[in-house]
Design a protein around this ligand. Sequence first.
Ligand code: NAP
Length: 384
Amino acid sequence: MSMKCGLLGERLGHSRSPEIHAKLGSYEYRLYEKTPAEVEDFLLHGDYDAINVTIPYKKVAFALCREVTPTAAELGNVNVVVKRLDGTLFGDNTDKAGFLKLVDGVGADVRGRKCVVLGTGGAAMTAAAALRGLGAARVVHISRTGEDNYSNLGRNSDAALLVNATPVGMFPNVDAQPVPLSAFPACEAVIDLIYNPSPTKLLEEAARRGIPNVGGMPMLEEQARLASLYMNANLYLYGAPGCGKSTFGRHLAGKKGMPFVDLDAEIERSAGRRIAEIFAQDGEAAFRAMEAAELRRVAAGRGQVVALGGGALLDADSRRLAEATGRVVFIECAEDVLLRRVAASQERPLLAGAAEGKMRALLAARREHYASFTERITVPEMHQ
Ligand code: NAP
């Protein structure tokens, strides 16, 4: 067993996502076909850890997320939803980065240039936002019903980049072409978001005219690769000494069928000494260096539950590494509970002797640091 992942949509019969994700990680990836009446209940209460979301549910998923990335907030939709340990939803949009991969692939420099995007659906809006972000002077949508439409293409004959974000030309209607390229004599690059067939009729014409062009497959693959970072993620449990990271981590790993790693135990194994001995013999700085090195080794793995030491992410590089290779979940615990636990423990070198006073000082010094982690849970006492 591993993380439960998949794709949520209304009709998923021809989805390529399972085969792409099978190459990206060892997590389970299923297709979840839901009707509009079922989708909200599935997103809130369904048995999954992280899922891709496709049309027509990207906006409803966005509305149900407690927190989203800045890119998702800009676009107003999500194509990845992560169910956090406290049951709240976190959303991201990896389509925009996928589209940027196409712009890069076709070698288009859109700064200060006019771009034409065919269509006004979700993919068209994502492409337009990405092009504006790259500094395009103007992005014009051609719509069947808009001011700029298929009967007055000449108004935009000066466009440098053409993007097809309509389904015209998609399997099974492979002989259809949304526009003739003769209408865009200044066009320097063509992007077609359709990936089946490859190439489309539009891209065949671009190739005949010697215009650089690219189809939608690299976008599909890139958005999937970025989404897989959530699905293949390590779960790093972090929090003050005594909050129960190891006990809860073991419980969580057992429940999810994921491997469990206790970073302190790994350090002791590598060093062949107890942590108290490392502190006593080498000092805190040497311990932190060993801890950072051990984290680098552990972070190379995927899909693990990792219990971190209470100061493991004070180091900015270690924090960046943890956040890049997984999710950091902060375990909340009341101060009086922490004080009671550490007073009873003999194994905490930073708190040896006068544990209560030292613990209060440590918590005060780390208050801002601990408060800066956004995914937080309170775990029941029995699991701490
Ligand atoms: P969508 O929300 O259904 O939007 C499609 C847009 O295309 C509509 O807003 C419509 O704009 C226009 N359109 C629809 N039927 C048309 C027709 N018969 N003739 C002319 N225009 C038509 O779909 P979407 O999610 O944005 O996806 C659009 C395309 O991009 C699809 O082919 C999809 O497969 C592809 N896509 C690819 C990727 C990838 O990773 N490569 C990702 C997302 C989407 P108007 O009503 O304004 O004309």
